[in-house]
Design a protein. Structure first.
Length: 570
């Protein structure tokens, strides 16, 4: 243990992982050494840095910490009744702690939540690369497609078993037969979702180890040379979980594979992710880095920053920022409401706290009609909360009405990032505070590059936006005929132009390259500006000849279109 001057003049304690038995490149389990070092750091008064010597460290699930956590947007009670998380690096109730990796590689064995930060303040992870020894998304290359068969070469990192012509993927601690599949075209640099061919296969046989022949009923739709990616779909762990914490920063961290929902930040504040490398390591030959989302923010506040990072090879959205609408299901007293988590994959956590500002929202129109403050909040069971409010609740509550926590809504800054090889959207943002999406590059998002929703009947992800700036971005061949490049689509069924859901969205100085995807579709929005944007229409078959062909508005007011250009390239 040493003391040295920190960057801000504070005396900080420096610990070495090696002093607790964590030696790089040993091949031994570093879990115990990490746990001992973190325990020692937790006993230090003042800033503390835990240094890891450069090299590889292995973390095995057998020595991990196990704790139950309910995490938003993961699994239902039916999908995964046991919410216990298998935790690699576990921080609980710590302050002013830095984990310095010095470029080291942490390799996790078995399904794990690799980092978990609970009730902490001012935590930094920096200069670390993280990966799985055997990721839970299986990859294989299409070598040949015939009239009724395919020949596939399985990546050597994965194992399988074939019994009576049926294929199962196996590893230490997990096994699956069915689940979502994606196809990656390396030449086009595009990923999309497709039917799992193994679920409908007549028979699978092994030609030799790692080379499979898949017999099917119809001519295969897969293309030679493409990569198929398949997983089981159950989000029983996450890549990292930031829970009820503040001032957490990831700097120069490579998250090269994450099982489950990626990095999830839940009821936390003031978080920064900068110079993140969310791509597979080249030396592995793999193409998948995320089982689902990359970074997911649920019910957070303060300032969220995601800057100068690279996102490639995910199975769901790179960035999603939202709150949670809970439906009103009872009124035990004049100043009380019972509310319920409605989506099957989101439940079990405290979504309101004493002192929080709340709004009552019409489920059909998504318009707020009453504001109040929480005096007390009680989690009655994993699905329901009882809110006691400072004032009486309104009498005219309708069956689909919901409550939003206004206090836990963040400001968002997403600047200087690159997004590619994603089958879904690029950025989802539904928060009433300032949102800036600037100087990013979106390449071939299969769906919308930026999606602004708000709903009270599907995912129940809240809420309305009030100040969004989308500027100086480059959108390359994103979206399709059903998913515009920029999609403002609140899920309100009662649509009235005089009562918009969203407001103040400004789209300026962007470059759009598109063929058949609308550049912008907006609904139920007041004060929307589309200014000084350049639209390049690719291909002679495109129906877009004027700006009005490439944009669409429904029930929008105060629309400003100025300084835009549309040009065609053959």
């Amino acid at each position: 243990m040493t003391k040295e001057q920190g960057a801000k003049g504070k005396r900080q304690t420096v610990l070495q992982l090696a002093d607790f038995g964590g030696m790089p490149d040993s091949g031994e389990d570093a879990m115990s050494a990490m746990q001992l070092a973190i325990h020692a750091a937790s006993r230090v008064d003042g800033p503390v840095v835990l240094e890891c010597a450069p090299g590889r460290y292995d973390f095995f699930a057998s020595g991990a910490t196990r704790k139950p956590y309910y995490i938003s947007n993961t699994t239902s009670e039916v999908e995964n009744p046991d919410v216990t998380k298998t935790i690699g690096v576990f921080l609980k109730g710590m302050r002013e702690f830095t984990l310095e990796g010095n470029g080291s590689l942490f390799v996790f064995h078995g399904k794990q939540t690799m980092f978990l930060v609970d009730a902490c303040e001012h935590i930094v992870f920096q200069n670390i690369n993280v990966d799985y020894e055997q990721p839970t998304v299986v990859e294989m290359t299409v070598l040949e497609t015939g009239a009724r068969h395919l020949i596939l070469e399985v990546h050597p990192a994965y194992r399988y078993e074939i019994e009576e012509g049926k294929l199962a993927w196996v590893a230490d601690g997990w096994r699956f037969l069915a689940g979502p599949m994606q196809e990656l075209d390396l030449e086009e640099n595009r990923t999309w979702r497709t039917d799992n061919l193994f679920e409908h296969a007549v028979k699978v046989e092994e030609i030799y180890r790692g080379k499979l022949k898949v017999h099917v009923n119809d001519r295969p739709v897969q293309t030679n040379g493409n990569i198929l990616q398949v997983r089981d779909g159950i989000r029983d762990q996450v890549g990292a979980f930031i829970h009820r914490s503040s001032g957490v920063r990831f700097t120069n961290v490579g998250m090269h594979f994450m099982h489950g929902l990626g990095i999830v930040c839940q009821f936390s504040e003031n978080m920064t992710f900068e110079r993140m490398d969310m791509r597979p390591r080249k030396e592995t030959g793999r193409t998948v880095s995320a089982f689902a989302d990359f970074i997911h923010f649920s019910g957070c506040r303060g300032l969220i920053q995601v800057n100068d990072s690279r996102f490639s090879g995910g199975h769901d959205d790179p960035i999603n920022v939202h709150g949670t609408h809970l439906r009103i299901v009872g009124q035990p007293a004049q100043n009380q409401v019972k509310v319920r988590f409605m989506h099957h994959q989101t439940y079990g956590f405290e979504a309101f706290f004493a002192g929080d500002e709340v709004e009552f929202v019409r489920g059909k129109s998504l318009n707020a009609y009453h504001g109040n403050k929480v005096a007390s909040a009680v989690l009655l069971n994993p699905r329901e909360m009882l809110l006691t409010l400072e004032r009486a609740v309104p009498e005219a509550i309708e069956p689909e009405d919901v409550v939003e926590n206004v206090t836990w809504t963040p400001e968002v800054s997403i600047i200087g990032n690159e997004f590619e090889r994603v089958p879904t959207r690029g950025i989802l943002a539904t928060t009433r505070r300032k949102v800036v999406i600037a100087r990013n590059r979106f390449e071939k998002m299969t769906m919308s590059a930026v999606f602004i929703a708000d709903d009270a009947e599907s995912w129940y992800e809240s809420g309305r936006v009030q100040q969004v700036s989308i500027r100086d971005n480059h959108f390359i061949a994103c979206g399709n005929e059903r998913h515009p490049v920029l999609f403002v689509a609140p899920e309100n069924t009662l649509i009235q132009a005089e009562q918009p859901v969203h407001s103040n969205i400004h789209i300026e100085n962007n470059r759009f390259e598109t063929t058949d995807a609308l550049v912008l579709s907006a609904k139920s929005t007041h004060n929307i500006g589309f200014l000084n944007n350049e639209i390049i229409v690719k291909g002679n078959q495109s129906a877009f000849n004027t700006l009005q062909d490439a944009i669409r508005f429904e029930a929008c007011t105060a629309i400003v279109l100025e300084g835009n250009s549309l040009n065609r390239e053959g």
